[in-house]
Design a binder for this molecule. Structure first.
Ligand code: MEV
Length: 318
């Protein structure tokens, strides 16, 4: 049975989340240890244009046309078809398999749309360039939370560390030292949509206070960018922890996230912060490679539900 697969990695926001929605810069990294794969199987014996979608992670097994019109998977397929000026898919089954935890701030929604757009375009014989995939995924991110900055779809589409300002051309992050991160799951699901809308409401009622937080975060991001060029990871760590303190003021942290971040600092991490929308999800700790195991042990003892170690090397930044 002929089949074709599209895939996409997860992501982690190093610094600048939330502020990036308000025009400040942010830095995001791909996380290749977690992935979405979308495989399309041709079904020549099925009735023409019957398309079935299976996604075990979310318990989905449905005909494409039975999905709500604003279902993100349905919408991704429609946008892919329209970019190719093709009006329907031939009979097929689309299987989605994800190892990216949902509600973890690790980019599961953007990775699904990137993998599906890639698989559909390849299945139809015209694999998209990254620019088209990225545009489609950005449209889908708007369905998930109305005002995405575009950072998630960008880092996931290109699978490279990005320095990102909404609306500006994507810049690849320049850094000179390999970095080791631990990503620890609080066990509590976060909702980026809820966090983004909560921050928006607070910004509307306390505009100058929130704008000064966003500016502070933007300055931290710029300093981190420069320190990464020099390879000064201890100083980067200090700034990551400062970024976390401002995220607390924005109201998107939780005691469990603070506790996990503090645990890593006590165990020798250079710095730690929540990552992504917050209100649950994951923290990220920048650690010296030789301490990765002992910091992981400390995180496990502190109750982390899952720990991912990822190492980013300068060659990935080019
Ligand atoms: C989510 O990964 C990052 C946020 O800044 C939202 C966005 O940039 O779209 C919270």
């Amino acid at each position: 049975m002929p089949s074709i697969t599209g895939s996409a990695p997860g992501k982690i926001i190093l610094c600048g989340e939330h502020a990036v929605v308000y025009g400040q810069p942010a830095i995001a990294l791909p996380v290749n240890e977690i992935q979405v794969k979308c495989t399309i199987f041709a079904k020549p014996n099925w009735s023409p244009s019957r398309v079935n979608i299976k996604d075990q992670t979310i318990g989905l097994n449905s005909n494409l046309t039975s999905l709500r019109p604003d279902n993100p998977i349905r919408k991704t397929i429609e946008l892919a078809l329209s970019a190719l000026a093709i009006d329907h898919l031939p009979a097929c089954e689309i299987q989605i398999h994800s190892t990216i935890p949902i509600g973890g701030g690790l980019g599961s929604s953007a990775a699904v749309s990137v993998a599906v757009a890639r698989a559909v375009s390849a299945f139809l014989g015209h694999p998209f360039e990254n620019g088209i995939t990225n545009d489609i995924s950005f449209e889908i991110e708007k369905l998930h939370h109305r005002t995405p900055s575009g950072i998630d779809n960008s880092v996931i589409t290109y699978a490279k560390p990005v320095f990102y300002i909404s609306g500006a051309p994507i810049e690849w992050l320049d850094f000179s030292q390999p970095m080791t991160f631990l990503i620890a799951d609080s066990g509590k699901k976060g909702s980026t949509a809820k966090a983004v809308s909560q921050v928006r409401q607070s910004w509307q009622s306390s505009t100058s206070e929130y704008e000064s937080y966003f500016r502070e975060i933007g300055e931290i991001t710029l300093r981190i960018r420069n320190l990464l060029v020099d390879g000064d990871l201890p100083k980067v760590g200090i700034l990551l922890t400062q970024n976390h303190e401002i995220l607390k003021k924005l109201g998107v942290s939780l005691p469990v996230l603070n506790f996990l971040a503090e645990t890593t600092l006590k165990a020798g991490a250079y710095g730690a912060k929540l990552s992504g929308g917050g209100l649950g999800g994951n923290i990220l700790a920048l650690v010296p490679l030789e301490l990765a195991d002992s910091v992981s042990v400390a995180l496990r003892q502190a109750g982390a539900a899952r720990i991912i170690m990822t190492r980013i090397s300068p060659t990935q930044g080019r």
